[in-house]
Design a protein around this ligand. Structure first.
Ligand code: ATP
Ligand code: MG
Length: 178
């Protein structure tokens, strides 16, 4: 069994393309090194599936979970109390999984929005992150990472958008954007 000697907290943020892709790449690398990976995705719902989900689910050392929380970005009529309840339930599951020490690398994809949208209590999230087992690596992705999250992280990469074909009306393409 492979274990990390020490695990860190990483944050991939910024408005450019590549955060989730980088996290998926790291999941594959870690699994290739026989580490156990827990990859979970927040605020994505229903039949919207990123294509890497299919592949990541086939890798023995990776457990992939999409929490099926409906993102409030597109549907303003969402009952946010209901969403909050669901998110908090899911988050407490995640922290249980982290402290169970069953996984070496835990990826929290699109996690920054839970803090930004105030769906979770920031202080308790920060406290829980700091309590993680010594050898567990945590990777958080999402735009506009909260300043307190940045403070407690050991590594922060900001992917900056310099140019994007989106502005030429080239919208999300299967296999490239999802
Ligand atoms: P990817 O999943 O491609 O690595 P990401 O995780 O960095 O992107 P998100 O902020 O999660 O980016 O964006 C979700 C979707 O929007 C993805 O399909 C992504 O490719 C696309 N996207 C990322 N950055 C931009 C941008 N600056 N303008 C338009 N679309 C973007
Ligand atoms: Mg992303």
């Amino acid at each position: 069994m492979m274990k990390l000697k020490k695990g860190f907290i990483q944050v991939y943020t910024g408005n450019g393309k590549g955060k989730t892709t980088a996290a998926a790449g790291l999941a594959i690398r870690a699994a290739g090194a026989n580490l156990k990976v827990f990859f979970c995705q927040f605020l994505k719902k229903g039949n919207f599936q990123i294509s890497e989900e299919k592949i990541l689910k086939r890798i023995k050392n990776i457990k992939f979970i999409r929490f099926n929380q409906e993102a409030p970005f597109f549907n303003k009529n969402l009952n946010s109390e209901k969403l909050k309840e669901k998110v908090n339930k899911d988050i407490s599951k995640v922290f249980k999984i982290i402290s169970s020490k069953k996984f070496d690398v835990v990826i929290l994809d699109e996690f920054t929005y839970l803090l930004n949208l105030k769906l979770v209590d920031k202080n308790s999230i920060i406290k829980n992150l700091l309590k993680k087992p010594e050898f567990v690596e945590i990777i958080i992705t999402g735009r506009d990472a909260d300043r307190d999250l940045i403070k407690i992280a050991d590594l922060v990469s900001v992917i900056k958008n310099k140019k994007h074909y989106f502005n030429k009306k080239i919208f999300a393409r299967k296999g490239i954007e999802y």
